[in-house]
Design a protein around this ligand. Structure first.
Ligand code: PRP
Ligand code: URA
Length: 209
């Protein structure tokens, strides 16, 4: 039993992920599917966010309402995480977006940081890391480490496909970070790609394959 790992059970997610995986899916459709899947996964991942009471006046009288407590930080990991921002942001337009640039060294598979836009006030209720692929887990672990160094106390990872190796690494390094994904695949291959996966998520979004 995996604890703190939440593969979506939603039929819409399974349907869209199947289309996304296909080698015949072109970049435009690929980007649309990433956007839609991100919205669905975000909906599931944010079910336990904190709210506080907020009264609201309707045309008919008073109603008891709620508002989200504190800010939310969306943390897309460049490049591939960029495509996940739009859909999530649509559902929480008040969120801040904190970009982190990481690129895996193709030989060592270690993430190399080339960009980090540290917010002036990194005080939010929660940070949502957005990155479609959890392969070795090195990039996700490095992102959690950076956010914790900035003082972030609550982090969730939202991705599309995870390898068992990536889940194990992220859980070992950051057991407090829940992992929300569309699917857990079989394994990593010898060059660190997820099998069966979907190929290179960045190249397929940006047409650079
Ligand atoms: C991909 C992906 C993750 C990372 C996952 O990015 O978007 O960030 O690999 O691999 P890991 O779990 O082994 O660290 P990549 O480094 O290929 O950069 P890109 O998005 O710019 O193509
Ligand atoms: N990054 C990708 O884009 N795909 C993989 O399968 C692994 C890392």
């Amino acid at each position: 039993m995996l604890t703190n790992v939440f593969p979506s059970q939603h039929p819409l997610v399974a349907h869209k992920l199947t289309l996304l995986r296909s080698k015949d899916t072109k970049p435009k459709k690929f980007r649309e599917l990433i956007r839609e899947l991100s919205m669905l996964l975000c909906y599931e991942a944010t079910a336990d966010l904190d709210t506080e009471p907020l009264g609201v006046t309707t045309p008919m009288g008073q109603a008891a309402g709620k508002e989200l407590r504190g800010g939310i930080g969306l943390v897309p990991v460049l490049r591939a995480g960029l495509g996940m921002v739009e859909g999530v942001w649509e559902m929480m337009p008040g969120a801040e977006v904190w970009h982190i640039g990481l690129k895996r060294d193709e030989r060592t598979l270690q993430p190399m940081q080339y960009y980090a836009n540290k917010p002036s006030q990194p005080r939010v209720q929660v940070c949502l890391i957005l990155d479609p692929m959890l392969a070795t887990g090195g990039s996700a672990s490095a992102t959690c480490k950076l956010l914790k160094e900035w003082g972030v106390t609550r982090i969730k990872y939202i991705g599309l496909i995870a390898a068992p190796e990536g889940i194990a690494r992220l859980q070992a390094d950051h057991p407090d970070v829940p992992i929300h994904i569309a699917a857990i695949d079989e394994r990593l291959n010898e060059i660190g790609y997820i099998v069966p996966g979907l190929g290179d998520a960045g190249d397929r979004q940006f047409g650079t394959a």
